[in-house]
Ligand binder design. Structure first.
Ligand code: HSE
Length: 400
């Protein structure tokens, strides 16, 4: 019998308990022994909850119980999640987590502590919710040199952009509706400014390179400046607008960034809508592959956490594959990356734009007060220098 503890009885933590209860038989078969939740750590009490008697308020009860071999950290945030995870690993207990912030901040350190203590640290649920993208990189695409990962990694912003696209609505009103429906947080900054996607691509980029990609070094731009008019142009151009989190390992260096991009309706990520996530991976032998599913939500995220529990119970402290060293992966300045840009200027600035941008392709979506165009392929640096000389109303990078 494997006895486990769940730290944090919020949305994901209660989902973990529910998944283990609902699917107990197949989970136990796959784990090789029965799996039971022995403790739930939370500051609160839960009177009337069927698991009320398992709730404890002191982490030491869990850390000092030799029966506990696996701990699910579903608290979120850096502290006390970091201290609790560290102490658990030092006590030789394996930990799995849905906490992308903690993994992005302390992943290599916690992996090292795990290794030194005959334990494992797994974090499948930290990226892409229920999509098994981390296991895919660590255990499946092991014959590949992965040279590009492009993901829609944030469900909230994908929901907002999908609604803007389908309903012609503006950002503010869709965000308000998303908040009313509980899809967006009351403080939506982490999602709409791209910070959440940034932490997730930092984790995937680290696994792609085997070194430490720090999220602070990733250029990040959110979706707050995208307008209904941008979508009107995108429609004419047979493009969608998506918040992409990407990293590329090219001859020119290792790049990572998060920003809204136009993508053609022929791109597989174009079909990833609403709260769904998609991760498009390029390997040098396999070519392209895509992973799709629910990137957030109680049960999909909990399912990924419990999948880790199964692996941890089965492994019994034997090392599970994960190559992520603390050596820093240097990122090349995105100013050197090449792409095309979609640009809108006032009609009064048309001549200036035509003078500055050679070989531009004009786009007509029926707005008489504006001139819109797509540039030729150029570096970010060149684009910025030219854009400075023209009064740009909006610009969106183009992918594919
Ligand atoms: N806020 C995140 C999202 C939750 O919208 O995708 C899952 O990490």
């Amino acid at each position: 019998m494997a006895k486990i503890a769940v730290l944090g009885y919020g949305t994901v933590g209660s989902g973990v308990v529910e998944v283990i209860e609902t699917n107990n038989a197949p989970i136990s078969v796959r784990a090789g022994e029965a799996v039971e939740v022995k403790y739930i750590l939370d500051l609160r009490d839960f009177p009337g909850d069927p698991y009320e008697s398992k709730v404890v308020h002191d982490i030491n009860i869990i850390l000092e119980d030799p029966e506990i071999s696996v701990i699910c950290e579903t608290m979120g945030g850096n502290e006390p999640a970091f201290t609790f995870s560290k102490k658990a690993l030092e006590a030789g207990k394996s930990v799995c987590t849905s906490n992308k912030e903690l993994v992005a901040n302390h992943g290599p350190e916690l992996l090292e502590i795990a290794k030194a203590n005959h334990a494992n640290y797994l974090f499948e649920a930290s990226v892409g919710g229920g999509i098994p993208i981390i296991r895919t990189i660590n255990e499946c695409l092991t014959a590949e040199k992965i040279d590009a990962i492009t993901g829609i990694l944030n469900g909230t912003t994908n929901y907002i952009l999908t609604k803007m696209d389908k309903e012609g609505a503006d950002f503010g009103s869709v965000l308000k509706k998303a908040q009313e429906l509980g899809y967006a947080e009351r403080n939506p900054e982490a999602d709409v400014e791209g910070y959440d996607a940034c932490r997730k691509i930092a984790i995937l980029s680290s696994l792609m390179s085997g070194k430490y990609v720090k999220f602070e070094n990733i250029y990040t731009e959110g979706i707050t400046k995208i307008t209904a008019r941008d979508f009107a142009y995108a429609k004419v151009m047979k493009q969608g607008i998506k918040l992409l989190a990407m990293s590329k390992d090219t001859e020119d260096g290792f790049f990572a960034m998060v920003a809204p991009f136009m993508i053609p309706d022929t791109h597989p990520l174009y079909t990833v809508n609403d709260v769904f996530n998609g991760v498009y991976v390029h390997g040098n032998m396999l070519d392209d592959s895509m992973y799709y599913g629910r990137g957030a939500g109680k049960l999909p995220t909990a399912s990924a956490v419990v999948g880790d529990v199964v692996d941890l119970v089965r492994a019994k402290g034997e090392p599970l594959p994960c190559i992520w060293s603390s050596e820093l992966q240097e990122l090349t300045d995105i100013a050197e990356t090449h792409k095309r840009f979609f640009v809108r200027v006032s009609v009064a600035d048309k001549a200036a734009a035509e003078k500055e941008f050679a070989n531009l392709e004009a786009v007509d979506a029926g707005f008489a007060d504006e001139f819109a165009f797509v540039t030729e392929v150029m570096t970010e640096k060149d684009f910025a220098a030219k854009a400075e000389k023209v009064n740009v109303l909006s610009r969106i990078r183009m992918e594919g």
